[in-house]
Ligand binder design. Structure first.
Ligand code: ZN
Length: 110
């Protein structure tokens, strides 16, 4: 069951983390940094893997797991989808995908 904790600042959410949770969050950020530049495409579906990580990060932060708030899918090297427009859509169930993006399509708009 998801628990929505509203009204907490990010600092309060960090303070609520155990040392292991904080270390895991830091490691996931580092993993995302590595994946967006050098994904191991033979090992996993990169878009799905990034989404999995973002869901786990939301859980560690104490946020509801919600793909409408994901932003790291835009960081893939070579992604041509509009960054600013998609950031403004954060929280909405929409994503703007460019036709020439090598990673995202209307059929697979991660
Ligand atoms: Zn893209």
């Amino acid at each position: 069951m998801n628990t929505v904790v509203v009204g907490k600042t990010l600092q309060q959410r960090i303070n609520d983390m155990t040392p292991v949770e904080h270390a895991a969050l830091t490691a996931l950020h580092r993993l995302l940094d590595e994946i967006v530049d050098s994904p191991r495409t033979e090992k996993y579906d990169v878009n799905v893997f990034i989404e999995d990580i973002e869901h786990t990060m939301q859980g560690l932060w104490g946020f509801t797991r919600d793909r409408d708030f994901h932003i790291h899918w835009l960081r893939r090297a070579g992604c041509t989808c509009p960054k600013l427009d998609n950031h403004e859509l954060m929280g909405a169930p929409y994503r703007i995908i460019t036709e020439n993006c090598p990673h995202h399509t209307k059929e697979n708009p991660f």
